[in-house]
Design a protein around this ligand. Structure first.
Ligand code: FNR
Length: 350
């Protein structure tokens, strides 16, 4: 059952990204996003020299060579094992950190280990994140980290997805305690992430008290798991939950200054969105559905070319903006327009 569900997720997520005609190279072909309401103020004399720009990013005691990562996606079936092989190869070739998909299938059936292990086998020197849900025991979390010799562990929060899934969890009250227990049990940094509905400032404040190292806001605007799970249901669905949650820009604005370094994923379409996310306080930006679509449509080389181009163009954007490091983008002037502006007025964000 899990294997076919994971294959469904791949098929339905790439269908979402293909349907929106997302062209990850330019903004014009992408669907509207609240990232389009974050505009850098152009200062004609602010530019610097490209050779002075470094993409290295540091947060929560971690140091990544670049502020871009391949975010959690899959594993658990033969097909998704091949996808992990391709994603890990692209991570190795470009140096970007990578997360595996939820390792629940492996924790239930260790014979599926070979669908997750390529994330490390194909990427022996890269930064690798294991991934579990809040039902994992302390021992299972350690097994997940050990299988990949992971550098960090992601715990994903996906209550909306579970609610839409007929077979989904309906008990969420134990999640804070589970996060604390898992965080105490593993000897690698823990990053808590959503799956596309966003982390609020209140949630990040709670996570900060649980020993978590960083929070990946994983907001609305990209892959929508309410849509994915609705299309997997045979009976009355939860269509009205599609589009639920905080967009990634709103989540970043709400979660800043709540005690944890932030990562941004959820609707990152191109290098300008990466720069915008960093300007709103994220230390790195991740992508899943868009990178998966590139891999399935064009193979590993196409994904390597896309990630390489994003990193080159991000360097050019930082040169234009006079930002010598990813952190320096947070000092750049930005204009917030439209509904994003209204959000800031409502929350009195300067
Ligand atoms: C995901 N995502 C995800 N997240 C997670 O923590 N564990 C998981 O197992 C999965 N599985 C998964 C499968 C597929 C096919 C996709 C596309 C995504 C969520 C992912 O990490 C990310 O948070 C969201 O997809 C938002 O980012 P994008 O897709 O808009 O870039």
């Amino acid at each position: 059952m899990t294997g076919s569900r994971k294959d469904d997720h791949v098929r339905l997520a790439t269908a979402q990204h293909q349907a929106t005609g997302e062209d990850t190279a330019t903004e014009t072909a992408s669907p509207p996003s609240q990232f389009d309401e974050v505009r850098f103020v152009h200062h004609a004399l602010a530019g610097t020299d490209r050779e002075r720009v470094s993409l290295r990013t540091r947060f929560g005691g971690l140091e990544w060579p670049v502020p871009l990562y391949i975010n959690a996606m899959t594993g658990g079936s033969a097909k998704t094992g091949e996808i992990n092989r391709g994603l890990a190869t692209a991570a190795r070739e470009t140096g970007v950190p990578i997360a595996t998909g939820s390792m629940s299938p492996y924790l239930k059936d260790s014979s599926t280990a070979g669908t997750f292990s390529p994330i490390r086998e194909c990427n022996p020197d890269g930064f690798v994140m294991a991934n579990v849900n809040t039902n994992a025991t302390a021992e299972q979390a350690r097994r997940a980290v050990d299988l990949l010799n992971a550098d960090a562990l992601q715990i994903h929060l996906n209550a909306v997805q579970e609610t839409v899934m007929p077979e989904g969890d309906r008990s969420f009250g134990h999640w804070p305690g589970a996060i604390e227990a898992i965080t105490a049990a593993v000897d690698v940094p823990v990053i808590v992430k959503e799956v596309g509905f966003g982390l609020s400032g209140r949630t990040v404040s709670q996570l900060a008290k649980m020993g978590v190292r960083a929070a990946d806001v994983a907001g609305r605007g990209g892959t929508d798991f309410a849509r994915i799970e609705n299309s997997r249901r045979s009976d009355a669905d939860f269509t009205y939950l599609e589009g639920w949650g905080l967009s990634t820009p709103v989540a970043l604005l709400d979660a800043r200054g709540h005690g944890l370094p932030l990562l941004a994923s959820g609707g990152i379409r191109h290098p300008l969105d990466v720069a915008r996310a960093l300007a709103l306080g994220a230390h790195a930006a991740g992508a899943s559905g868009g990178f998966l679509t590139t891999l399935l449509n064009g193979g590993v080389n196409a994904l390597v070319q896309q990630i390489t181009a994003w990193l080159e163009q991000l360097t050019d954007l930082m040169t234009l903006l006079g930002a010598h490091s990813p952190a320096a983008l947070a000092d750049c002037d930005v204009l917030l327009t439209g509904s994003l502006r209204e959000f800031c007025l409502l929350r009195h964000i300067d």
